[in-house]
Write a new protein. Structure first.
Length: 257
């Protein structure tokens, strides 16, 4: 029952995430007014804006002009809801869960925006440092997380790693990737070294697999610009959700613990 409630809330926040994805890169105010059809400008009624359900009922088309609605909308809604459920299953009602729920919205928005316009807007990443810092502070006061300095160590580790890559090979990634890595590192640090280590290793692995797959499938040329944000963020979430378990299993295999 609680999980169903979290899933529904996640879908609603996923709907808000779609607003961020549409408006942040354009520099538009995301709190101003209701959504409109990008083609005919018809206002989208509340009953046509129910996550996933409306998309299914309208069979993916605008009610007024029948313009196809992008599959991105329901995918984003389901992605945020899925992350929220996974976070809730592991952290329940806690400040840490709230922190991860916030990060889920920002993460899904950043992945979609990077795929769309090939950048990770500071307008979304930089204010998130403030929100995350406040939530980390409250979590630490509530006795959640390891130590107060672990988030800073995570920030240094992930942010530092990508800053070094960016410095050596600036064509390889944007500075937005570095700043986003730092944000993800802050939260990973709060969850422990396992989360930081898996986040750091999984990002480049996922990116590499994606690029090699794209080259083999002939979808990418050797000079194609590939947005790195999605791999960075997917790797970080693997670290956040399963980093502890993965690193324990790995260390156990080595006979360290
Ligand atoms: Zn329309």
């Amino acid at each position: 029952m609680e999980i169903a409630a979290v899933a529904v809330l996640g879908l609603l926040w996923g709907s808000f995430t779609n607003v961020l994805i549409a408006r942040v890169p354009a520099g538009e105010n995301w709190v101003s007014d209701g959504s409109r059809c990008p083609r005919c400008g018809a206002p989208i009624r509340w009953y046509d804006n129910v996550p996933v359900l409306s998309f299914a009922i309208l069979r993916g088309r605008c009610r007024a002009c029948r313009e196809p609605i992008s599959w991105r909308y329901p995918i984003v809604e389901v992605a945020v809801a899925s992350l929220w459920v996974l976070v809730f299953l592991q952290w329940g009602w806690s400040v840490t869960a709230l922190l991860l729920a916030y990060l889920a919205v920002v993460s899904v928005a950043l992945v979609a925006i990077d795929l769309d316009v090939r950048r990770l807007p500071f307008a979304l990443v930089l204010p998130s440092y403030g929100v995350v810092a406040v939530l980390l502070l409250v979590a630490t006061v509530m006795g959640e997380g390891a130590t107060w300095w672990m988030p800073l160590a995570g920030l240094g580790a992930l942010g530092g790693f990508y800053a070094a890559v960016w410095f050596v090979y600036p064509a390889g990634m944007g500075f937005g990737d570095v700043v986003t890595a730092g944000l993800l590192g802050l939260v990973a640090g709060h969850l422990g070294w396992g989360a930081v280590a898996v986040a750091a290793i999984a990002g480049p692995l996922i990116g590499g697999v994606f690029v090699i797959g794209g080259l083999l499938a002939g979808q990418l040329g050797r000079k194609s610009a590939v947005p790195y944000g999605p791999a960075l963020i997917a790797g970080a979430w693997l670290g956040l959700l399963a980093g502890g378990a993965i690193s324990d299993a790995y260390l156990g295999m080595l006979g360290v613990v």
